[in-house]
Structures are given as structure tokens and as C-alpha cells.
Design a protein. Sequence first.
Length: 506
Amino acid sequence: YYEATGDDRVPAFAEKYFRFQLKTLPSHPLIRDSRWAKARGGDNIETVLWLYNLKGGAWLLDLARLLVEQTNEWHRYYAEGKGNNAYPEHIVNLNQGLKTPPLMYLVSGEAAHKDGFLNAVRPDGWLIKRCGRIDGMESGTEPITNRSSTQGTELCAIVERILSSTVAIQILGDAAIGDQLETVAYNALPAALSPDLKGLRYYILPNQPKCTNEKLGFRHNGDGQNAICPSPHSGYGCCRSDFHFGWPKFVHNMWMATEDGGLAAAAYGPNTVTAKVGKDGRTVTIDQATDYPFRADCTLTITAAEPVTFPLALRIPGWCTAPTVRVNGKPLKGVTPGTFHRAERSWKNGDVVQLRFPMAPKLSRWINDSVAVTRGPLAFSLLMVGEKKHTRAFLNGQFHTVEIRPIGPWNYALLLEEPGTPRVETIVSQSMPRQPFLAADAPVRLKLTAARTDHGGWGAYRDDFPARAVEPPSSPVENVGKAEDIILVPYGSTEIRITCFPWAAH
């Protein structure tokens, strides 16, 4: 609010409150009244450091150190599932807490704090092995659960993950965090929201072939709560209040300042940034023209009143094997996936930087050796048509709770050729729709060969929890039908979906 308005009441109030905290917390620690406060102390630390950077004052660093002592040991939890922690398995706490180790590192300088975020998201770490998902999130309803294609993750956790990732990349400068940030923002977040933003889903599932208010069997906030149905009242009210900051925080942090007067591109998408750069703080504007994440090209055009020397730090996605960067048509050398490529020069008005990140479809393995398909930062799901039924209306019919049932089959197995890869045709539309996260208008589609199968009960819903599909049977599957083409569209554009497929040899 202060950054947007310049209202001086904000830092004045914050200073009074933080002096109160410094005086009170030694005898009345965070844990005394609320375990939530202990779990979420990282947000308190972040705001204390914000005021310190704005106004100075060694006493604020004293308060930050006190908060470090009283806040969850998230770094230990992410590394080994241990530590002096309150509610660490709560899916929202877990993702809100991800910003805490990097913030603690600023205060303590300890390597364990520095490594905390990356330990949490390591593919070989206990957390991702236990409950990782194709959309970049973890399964949790409300506590984290085991790896599954039919477990949910919470919308509050999604937007908190976006915020935590932006804080972590600011502090750590690791390009891999930008990859993870885009995965969540471009997959999980749009999947949890109706295309017109008139409905949300408290939980989203990788395999979610219908949205009904039947039994879910989740430990919390499941049966009878509209927890997977698009609605302004889906599950508890927290997500309805929380989700609004997801897109703004993501866009606000697509560009970041570097320590030496430059600009860093942390995430890509259509945007414009105006900032002061160089040793004299001159103003430049960079316009990014792109259809990313659906297409591979990003064009940055610089507007400057006069030439100015500063570095551009350009994030090169780790998933891209053949990235290229050109300045005014000339290719740059040493462009390496998974790094920030530094281009420092005297930039002048009209300079153009062209980024190209070729996107090849890839497979990843999930529960029961099922497979999911990604292309660039996007996951892809079966294009499904659903029959919608309004079950409740709000505000004179302006908003609705919606149940969606599939029209047509979804019990497909992908047919894989040696060495276990699908034959994929990528179909890219010529124009970009105003709302790209809409399955019917998806700007990129993948055509794959598949066959229907009822192996292992695939294509059915659970007897005990009929709102959820059965898990994909262990692959490779037998007894598949005739080969046919199916269409996959971006995960974030789907309202009902199959994302983790069984497979058979072709």
C-alpha cells in the first residue's frame, strides 16, 4: 500500500507496532497465543526488514533476530521433516513458510537458512518425493498427503507459494526458483479460478474429470463444502479473500533490481517495466512483447532518453535445451539453461533484445508410473467437454456454484514408442485470445496417440468417494482399444481434466 500511495502513515504505524513487538515479545512470544503466529513469523520478519531498508535503525535488526528465534524452524523441516515447529504439515503454512529460510538467512547469514528453500523443492527431497505434483505444488487437504493424482492442493497455498517464490528469488538469485514460480503461476493458479474470475475452487486435483459436491474423503473441508466446484463459496472463506494477490504479486515481481544498478527478468510474460538504472539512476522503460508461456519468443524493446550503461540479467529456463539471446540481431555467447545470463552494455533508445526458448514436449513420471506431458513451463491435460449445472445462485444470479460432469470418455492410456516417448504434434493458433486460459480457445494444443482402456478400473470413480476418479492403473497397461488421436490443452485452461495418464507400448 505504501509503495502504491506513498502514504507516510504506513511506516509511522509500522514503527510504533514494531517497537511494541520488541518490548513485548521477550515475555509474550509468538507461540503464547497462536501457533499460527509461530508458523507464519516469516511474514513478520519480511515487513521488519522492509522498514529497516526504508528507514534504518539497528533496533529493527534486533527485532528481526528475536523473530527468527520465535518462528518455525522451517529450514529443518524442509531438509529432514524435523524442527521446533507449529503446524508444519498444513499446506498453506508450508508454502507461506517457504519465504522464511531466505529471510532468516539475511538476518543470520547461516548456510542452513540459505539452503532451506531449495531443500524444500529439490526433486530428490523428502517433500517432493512424498507429495509433489505436476503443477509445481504439493498435495495437501489441509495437511500434506501422499503423492496422488486425485488429492487436492489449496488455492491459498498456491498464491502463498507464488509470494514465497518471489521473496526467495529476490534474496537467493537462483534461476531455478523462477522456473518453479512460473510453473505454479501458469498452471495451478489459473486452474483454480474460473476464466471470468466469478468462481474459485478451494482444491484442485491433477486428475479431476468432474466437479461435483459428492463425497471427497479429504481429511478437512471435503464432503458437502463445494470444495472442488467453481463457486464464490468453495470451501472455507479464506481462499476467497486470499487469492486476489496471486496475479498482482506475480506480475509485480517479473522484474527485479540487481545490486549493481541493473534489471533482472525473473519471470516472462507480456509486461512493461519502468525503472531507474545505472550509476546515475536514469529512467528506462522495457516493453516485453510475447505470447509466453504459450510460445517461445520474447522481444524486449528499450526506451531511454539517452544512452545508459547497466546490466540486464535474463533468466534462462532450466527446461530449455537450446536457448538463444540476440541484441539488435546479434547472438550472444554463453547462454546457459538454468542461469541468469548477464548482458551489460550501453543501452540506447530502440535497442531490441530477442529471447527464444524452444519448447519441446516432455514426459514426467508420477503415481503408478503414470505419465504427464509438459511443454516449456506448461503442463497439459486432456481436452474435455463438460455439462454444467448451476446448483446455487448469488447476488441475483451474477455468481453461481457450478457442477461439471464430463461428456464423453476420459479413460485413455497414452501409446508410447521406444524409448518411452509419445509422438506429439504441436498445434499453435495464429492469434492469441484475450483469455488464453480457456480450454476451447487454447492458443497451443498437443495431439497425441492414445487408446481407451478399462484396465484396473480406469475410467471409473471411487466407490467410497465418488467425487474422485480412481488412480491410474500401474503401467504399462494391457487390454487397450483402438488407437486414436486425443488433444491436450494447457492444464491452467481446464475446468475438468486428466493430467496423469496410464500408458501402453505402441
